[in-house]
Write a protein that binds this ligand. Structure first.
Ligand code: B12
Ligand code: SF4
Length: 459
């Protein structure tokens, strides 16, 4: 049976992201004996979206169309951009040119499936991991059988959406590298995407942590499920040979834990000697130089520490399971081994004040990371401890609105002081490249104007 998979994401910032999830689905479909094609819209201009979908649907004539939604929005306070408009154009072009059922899926879809299905008026969606779900759907549709038992399937019954538990691949060691998918060469062209293109690769799924604002455990599951190191390295070799990829982004929630798995993957990389480099998200627990030396030998170029804060008070507030001491230790180890460090902060959470920001920046001054990214305002998602702790702030809240949490104490003066602290840090530490994801000129006035703890701001 023919299945068309459409990757709708066109976000270019902070860098392009190859639709690796869709490639896994294509692989699963091919292995199950179906025909599967990927239409990647990433580099298409606005005016080509509808026509290109129309041409592809007419020519390929699929019996099932999967539409992947990676980002519902750019998650950026005061520079918000939503993406569901693109998805609507794609769905309309599918419907106008094919009777095939349309099924939604993807990481952003799994965050708020019911809300997205309602707003896009679609009656099939898969929440969670799509490999077994898309195969089950294609099998059932191909044989003219009922689709109800497909894993993770949300569907419309008698005018109402029926929820489902997220689909999970039972044994991630069985996830096989995409064998057919050749990413668009523009993903790796320095001219198009800048100097540091990467290909996303997973070494595991799931996250056992419970950071207060983070929806990843509800997307990937609350346990770590590990892929086979040999298969991971095979996938990297395959992508390197097929598309000339030399840099990878390990897309795990956190790469360094479980530590024994990170070590096993790195040892396999050292053995394979692929001549590739990689970067990864990490947290600062369980670091020593034995580990960072191994990372370096295995090709680690950059570690991105999703710290959010640098003082124990805010780390506790955000339910991070590490301390300032852990941050200092991990930074020292990574630097000693010659690994580039990105520290990421997320300001504005419950209990944030100019004083906590000052303590955080003092820690950053001690760390001196190569890059410091600073985000302000926390995008709120259902199913997160932060959202649950707020109760329902204003009745029937539309989660697809750009909902951001900013502590109510951060009125005008406090915000102005925070901006001064950041600017002083920048002036005192020219060796640290600081990137802010918010408009400094707007911040104090916007935060002061918002009298709600939960602010809905369209910028
Ligand atoms: C790694 C990552 C990044 C890396 C990507 C590096 C790279 N080279 O690929 C970087 C740091 C660049 C990044 C940037 C951003 N990211 Co990001 N990122 C992730 C992360 C952690 C993993 C994504 C991934 O690759 N997963 C692995 C692949 C294999 O899985 P998958 O794509 O989800 O596919 C599976 C399922 O979703 C499903 N599926 C997928 N499509 C379909 C389709 C159908 C029909 C079906 C049935 C199933 C299905 O099956 C697949 C296989 O199991 C996710 C969180 C998460 N755990 O999902 C956030 C996440 C996707 N990112 C998010 C955001 C917001 C962004 C940014 C906009 C942030 C910013 N403002 O800078 C940018 C946008 C970049 C871009 N070009 O799109 C949000 C999206 C939430 C939202 N509001 O929409 C997420 C969900 C994080 C979060 N807050 O929870 N990101
Ligand atoms: S922020 Fe990172 S460590 Fe914390 S729950 Fe999310 S993915 Fe896990």
């Amino acid at each position: 049976m023919r299945v068309l998979l459409i990757a709708t994401n066109r976000e270019a910032r902070p860098s392009y992201a190859v639709p690796a999830g869709v490639a896994y689905l294509q692989n699963a479909l091919l292995e199950a004996g179906h025909e599967a094609r990927i239409l990647d819209l990433c580099f298409e201009p606005d005016e080509r979206l509808g026509p290109l979908v129309e041409e592809t649907v007419r020519e390929f004539d699929p019996a099932l169309i999967g539409v992947s939604i990676r980002n519902v929005d750019n998650e950026t306070y005061l520079r918000y951009r939503g993406n569901l408009g693109d998805v609507r154009i794609v769905i309309e072009a599918c419907r106008a040119n094919s009777p095939a059922p349309v099924v939604l899926g993807g990481s952003a879809f799994s965050l708020m499936p019911m809300e997205i299905m309602k707003v896009l008026d679609v009656d099939l969606g898969v929440v969670g991991e799509g490999e077994s779900a898309i195969v089950a759907l294609a099998d059932a549709i191909g044989k003219g059988e009922a689709i109800e038992s497909s894993p993770g399937l949300i569907r419309m019954v008698d005018g109402a959406l029926v929820a489902a538990e997220p689909a999970r691949v039972a044994d991630p060691a069985s996830i096989r590298a995409p064998r057919t998918f050749v990413p668009d060469p523009r993903y790796f062209s320095a001219k198009v995407v800048g100097p540091q293109p990467t290909y996303g690769i997973q070494t595991k799924r799931g996250c056992t942590f419970r950071c207060s604002y983070c929806p990843v455990p509800s997307i990937e599951g609350k346990r770590f499920r590990l892929r086979s190191p040999v298969e991971i390295v095979d996938e990297m070799r395959h992508v390197r040979d097929l598309a000339g990829v030399r840099r990878f982004f390990i897309t795990d929630s956190i790469f360094n834990l479980p530590r024994r798995h990170a070590i096993a993957v790195c040892e396999e990389l050292v053995r394979a000697d692929l001549g590739v480099s990689w970067m990864a998200y990490t947290n600062p627990l369980q670091y020593d130089t034995e580990l960072t030396d191994l990372f370096k030998r295995a090709g680690c170029e950059t570690l991105n520490f999703g710290l959010d804060a640098g003082c124990d008070e805010m780390l506790t507030s955000l339910q991070k399971d590490f301390s300032r001491e852990d941050i200092l230790n991990a930074t020292r180890c990574a630097k000693q081994s010659g690994v580039r460090i990105v520290h990421s902060l997320l300001l504005g959470g419950p209990g944030e004040t100019a004083e906590t920001v000052k303590s955080t920046l003092d820690t950053m001054a001690e760390c001196q990371p190569h890059v410091l990214t600073i985000a302000f305002g926390i995008r709120l998602y259902p199913q997160t401890p932060l959202w649950q702790s707020l109760g329902k702030p204003s009745g029937d809240v539309d989660m697809l609105m750009p909902l951001f949490y900013v502590d109510e104490a951060l009125g005008g003066d406090e915000c102005t002081e925070i901006l001064q602290l950041i600017n002083t840090f920048i002036a005192d530490h020219p060796e640290v490249m600081v990137r802010m994801n918010f408009d400094q000129n707007k911040l104090a006035t916007e935060v002061a104007a918002s009298s709600l703890r939960v602010s809905a701001t369209q910028g």
